[in-house]
Design a protein around this ligand. Sequence first.
Ligand SMILES: Cc1ncc(COP(=O)(O)O)c(C=O)c1O
Length: 360
Amino acid sequence: MDCLIDLRSDTVTKPTPRMRAAMADAEVGDDVIDVDPTVDRLQRMTAEILGKEAALFMPSGTMTNQVAVRLHCRPGDELLCETGSHVYHYEQGGFAQLSGIVARTIDGQFGVLQPEQFLGQIRPDNEHLVRTQLVCLENTHNRGAGRVQPYDAVAGTCRWAHENGLRCHLDGARLFNAVVASGISADRWAVHFDTVSVCFSKGLGAPIGSALAGNRDLIQTARRHRKLFGGGMRQAGIIAAGALHALQHHRARLAEDHENAQILAAAVGRSEGLALRPPVVDTNIVIFEVDPSLGTAGQMAAALKSRNVWMLAIDRQLVRAVTHLDVSTEQTRRAAEVIVQVASDLAAGRVHSNADEPTY
Ligand SMILES: Cc1ncc(COP(=O)(O)O)c(C=O)c1O
């Protein structure tokens, strides 16, 4: 039997032997009492890459986003974000539950927002109303199929936000994918934002961890919020070593994941009843729509899985595949063949499945 090709997410990667060795050998300390030397090195390197004064290591991208929101807003404030953004769609409305903040969403084109869309979105100073305080952007955009935000749109949006007294936060869980795809360095993207969150556990392939970067004062306060949210970690150098290894060795190779995503995109393109959404693939995420004549996304995902290719149904008719460190080009080619076969079998009624993978 072929082994399962897991394309559900770039978070499914296992640490490489070299990464595990770096973790086993990590120098550690108590990072809550004072400092863990490996965490310290990771934070310094992250801050330097992002062109910020400081960075803070946390267990997850959800926590870095939520700490950032709490940093920039008070209860009764409002943030502006894209409708499908992670901070809004996938974090249980944490900004409301944890920090008393509301969100106003703006529909993007596959996650991409233009500066003009923000005009008129700041509420007037009036005691009946929440205070608009923060803009959150996401680059690359997860539910937007890994789209890279246009650089000028990001710069223009943040300029407008700052001119109007708002703060800007970037959810850069996959910022390094955007860097590789655009050729624009991480610090050039980051310069427009007050805080930037990056994840080591997505395309970079580390088992755990994210960091929030910004100026020294903001990151000092972020440390308080991290403790409040339960993210103060003791000998965290063990996991920081994996993240550090990923940052040092796994950024440039993201180009391979992007090339592999093109192989999947081409297979979707030649499959009956499937259509890429959006029609172009920028980085490592491929989202495609399943024509209802073939069935649902859940049925498509179940049929793929029965042939050892694992993808996620992310909406009734949308399937997502993500390429990563643990899927080779050969496996990607195999997955591409399976996509074409399954689409053809579903169209011909050769697959009868009531199985429905849950949507995510
Ligand atoms: C764009 C984006 N932001 C934030 C996160 C949250 O990261 P974590 O799963 O580490 O909480 C994810 C996770 O997939 C993501 O895709």
